[in-house]
Design a protein around this ligand. Structure first.
Ligand SMILES: Cc1cc2nc3c(=O)[nH]c(=O)nc-3n(C[C@H](O)[C@H](O)[C@H](O)COP(=O)(O)OP(=O)(O)OC[C@H]3O[C@@H](n4cnc5c(N)ncnc54)[C@H](O)[C@@H]3O)c2cc1C
Length: 400
């Protein structure tokens, strides 16, 4: 294993850290207390600065204006950006757009790239990914109700989706729909580009989550698709390749999520330590003099460091042998890091006392918004079962 960071990469990481500290952290108070659409113009101004620094859309290959980073390098940058809730958006590498850009880069034809990918990479439009349905279990995604039936040169899409993140204000959705119900389960569905202004696409509502309905990029929509007609050429990849593409998207995508969560854990840890030394609990004693607090600091540091090594190892393995060979490591970090991050955020809140649940720090925001980390992109239990099955197979004599 080689986790060494090149001098160029170290310089890039310190530029990004400086930018987050000086430009983004001071803006957080606005983000935490206002609705997204109100603060978006300010975030777009910040994007202009990032564009001038040549750092916009860092996840893309160089020929598409990105930085052409390896999975591990991108993860390291993601951890720096994750220290602020607005880091990824300002650098235009936020979910779900970053994953959609990667899929379009690989599967879209030239015309689609011109129409959707180029403005997405430039940060001029937003997109969403519409797979999960209210009436079917997202944990068993091959079973879904949305269909895309062929009619002439078109597909006609019918179905209901929810938790389509960032659909509010998006220019297009990539919709997962059954194109051949008689095919084997993993080959039944396809991914299809659907412009959001196509007749029959209706955002039913932004689903209220944790006391917050959200808006714009920071929301999750329920969407009804009724007789939505799009050309068959809007399909990405071959018919029936929807799940294959989704798997490809989720492999490196999990590294991005995990490193962003580590950024959240690191920042929460910084806030926790600072509060411990700044907060007096007696005339001559700070909070940091208490053993409980010292325990939280030591445990948090140990847990963050172990999680970070596990993610770097998974990223390194993807870079060496590809995501399919690293499935066990990828599944393992998904639940490991989500839980580590949530524990550290929780301890930091506890350490801050009442201040911890105010919106004067990002802790309460993360407590609300990131609980979902244990659910999206596969619930903890699903990953645990699949990692355990792989491990146990090696101990089963009949499997060799
Ligand atoms: C904040 C957020 C953003 C999201 N964004 C998007 C998006 O942009 N696009 C999109 O398409 N979807 C999105 N999702 C949906 C997400 O992918 C699903 O919620 C997830 O796949 C789980 O599916 P479900 O909610 O239907 O839960 P279910 O499948 O109903 O599962 C419920 C629970 O059952 C348990 N469980 C399920 N299966 C098993 C098993 N095999 N073994 C043991 N226990 C099990 C788990 O505890 C699980 O949490 C988002 C979700 C959230 C919370």
């Amino acid at each position: 294993m080689d986790f060494s960071i090149s001098p160029d990469m170290q310089a890039l990481l310190s530029r990004v850290r400086d930018f987050v500290n000086k430009e983004l952290i001071p803006l957080e108070a606005g983000f935490l207390n206002k609705e997204f659409n109100e603060i978006e113009p300010l975030l777009q101004e910040m994007r202009t600065k990032v564009r001038e620094m040549g750092l916009l859309s860092p996840h893309m290959p160089k020929e598409h204006g990105g930085l052409g980073l390896s999975v591990m390098e991108l993860g390291l940058m993601g951890a720096e950006l994750g220290r602020s809730p607005i880091g990824h958006f300002v650098f235009n590498c936020q979910a779900p757009d970053s994953g959609n850009m990667e899929v379009l880069h690989k599967y879209a034809n030239d015309e689609q790239k011109e129409k959707y990918l180029i403005p997405l990479v430039a940060g001029q439009i937003r997109s969403c990914f519409s797979m999960t349905e209210p009436d079917y279990p997202g944990s068993n995604p091959v079973w879904m109700g949305t269909t895309a039936e062929k009619d002439g040169d078109d597909y006609v899409i019918n179905g209901r989706k929810w938790f389509t993140s960032a659909a509010d204000g998006a220019t297009f959705a990539i919709v997962m729909a059954v194109t051949d119900a008689s095919a084997p389960p993993h080959m039944r569905a396809s991914q299809i580009i659907v412009p959001m202004d196509t007749p029959g696409v209706e955002i039913v509502e932004n689903t209220p989550c944790m006391g917050h309905r959200g808006e714009g990029w920071h929301s999750h929509s329920e969407i009804q698709y009724t007789n939505v007609r799009v050309p068959q050429e809007n399909r990405l990849g071959p018919e029936g390749a929807g799940f294959l593409i989704a798997q490809e998207r989720l492999g490196p995508g999990r590294i991005h999520h995990c490193m962003r969560w580590l950024g959240i854990a690191e920042r929460s840890f910084e806030l926790m330590c600072q509060r411990a030394v700044d907060r007096p609990i007696g005339e001559d004693r700070p909070l940091s003099s208490r053993q409980f607090v010292q325990g939280w600091v030591a445990e948090s540091r140990a847990e963050i460091d172990s999680a970070r090594l596990a993610v770097l190892h998974a990223a390194w393995k993807i870079d060496q042998v590809g995501a399919p060979e690293a499935r066990e490591e990828i599944g393992l970090i998904k639940f490991l890091v989500a839980n580590t991050m949530l524990r550290v955020v929780d301890r930091a809140i506890q350490m801050h006392g009442a201040l911890g649940i105010t919106d004067y720090t990002p802790l309460a925001f993360w407590y609300r918004a990131e609980r979902a980390a244990r659910i999206y992109d596969g619930a903890d239990e699903v990953h645990k079962v699949s990692v355990a099955k792989r491990i146990l197979k090696r101990f089963t004599p009949s499997a060799g």
